[in-house]
Design a protein around this ligand. Structure first.
Ligand SMILES: C[S@@+](CC[C@H](N)C(=O)[O-])C[C@H]1O[C@@H](n2cnc3c(N)ncnc32)[C@H](O)[C@@H]1O
Length: 211
C-alpha cells in the first residue's frame, strides 16, 4: 500500500515545508534549462504528481517560451491528473497528461525522446536496484543532450553518492547536485546526457513504488 499521493501534495501549500524548498530548486533548474534552449523542446515528467514543477515554471515564463514547450506528464493517480489537466488548460500549454504506470517502458512509446526528463519525488520511494535501473533507462527517454533533473531526500540509506555514480555510468555528466536545500535534507541533481541516446526497449519494468 503506497502513501496517499493526493494528500501528499498539501505540503506544497506551506512555503516553509521541505517539499516547497525542493520545489523552488527544481523549478530553478527547469528555468535554467529552458533559458539554455532555443526552438521547440519536449518535456517528460515521470511520476508527475500535480505537475507543480514544470507547470509552475511555465506559468511564469514568457509567452514565447511557453509556446515552444510540449510533452507529457505521466502519473498513475487520477485525481492528481485532474489537477494537472485543469492547470494545463488554464495555461494553454501543449502538454498531455498520461494516466499510466510510469514504471513500465511500454508507457513511453510515443512520448519520447524528451529534451528534459523530470524524475522528481521518485528515488526516495523505490529500491536501490530500481533507482540504478531508472538512471540507466533514462537514456532511453532522452533526446541527444537532454537534461535529467532528479531528487532524493536524506534517508537512512544515503544513496546519493551511488545515484551520482549511476548517472555517470549511464552516460550523463553532472551539472549540479545541491544538498541540504535551504537547510532541509532535500537534494536535487541535474545531469546531461553526453553519449548517444538508446532506443526505447518495450516490455521492461523500470521501477515499482514501495511506499
Ligand atoms: C512523491 S510524489 C512526486 C510528485 C511530483 N513529481 C513532485 O515532485 O511534486 C510521487 C508521485 O508518483 C506517483 N506514482 C507512484 N507510482 C507511480 C507509477 N508507477 N506510475 C506513475 N505515477 C506513479 C504518485 O501517485 C505521486 O503522485
Amino acid at each position: 500500500m503506497v502513501r496517499d499521493y493526493v494528500r501528499w501534495h498539501a505540503a506544497y501549500d506551506d512555503p516553509g515545508s521541505d517539499l516547497s524548498a525542493r520545489l523552488r530548486l527544481v523549478q530553478g533548474a527547469i528555468r535554467d534549462w529552458l533559458t539554455s534552449t532555443t526552438g521547440p523542446v519536449r518535456v517528460l515528467s515521470v511520476c508527475a504528481g500535480q505537475g507543480h514543477d514544470i507547470l509552475g515554471v511555465l506559468a511564469e515564463a514568457e509567452a514565447a517560451d511557453r509556446a515552444r514547450v510540449s510533452g507529457a506528464l505521466v502519473e498513475i493517480e487520477a485525481a492528481n491528473n485532474d489537477v494537472s489537466r485543469h492547470r494545463i488548460a488554464d495555461l494553454g500549454v501543449d502538454l498531455d497528461v498520461v494516466h499510466a504506470d510510469a514504471g513500465l517502458t511500454d508507457t513511453y512509446e510515443g512520448l519520447v525522446p524528451a529534451d528534459l526528463v523530470l524524475l522528481s519525488g521518485i528515488m526516495g520511494n523505490i529500491s536501490a536496484e530500481d533507482i540504478e535501473r531508472l538512471a540507466h533507462t533514462s537514456r532511453q527517454l532522452c533526446a541527444p543532450g537532454a537534461t535529467v533533473i532528479w531528487t532524493r531526500g536524506v534517508q537512512d540509506l544515503d544513496l546519493v553518492p551511488d545515484i551520482r555514480r549511476w548517472f555517470t555510468e549511464a552516460g550523463f555528466e553532472e551539472l549540479s547536485c545541491v544538498e541540504w536545500i535551504e537547510g532541509t535534507g532535500m537534494r536535487v541533481g541535474v545531469n546531461r546526457l553526453v553519449v548517444a541516446p538508446e532506443p526505447l526497449v518495450p516490455g521492461q519494468t523500470i521501477f515499482t513504488f514501495y511506499r
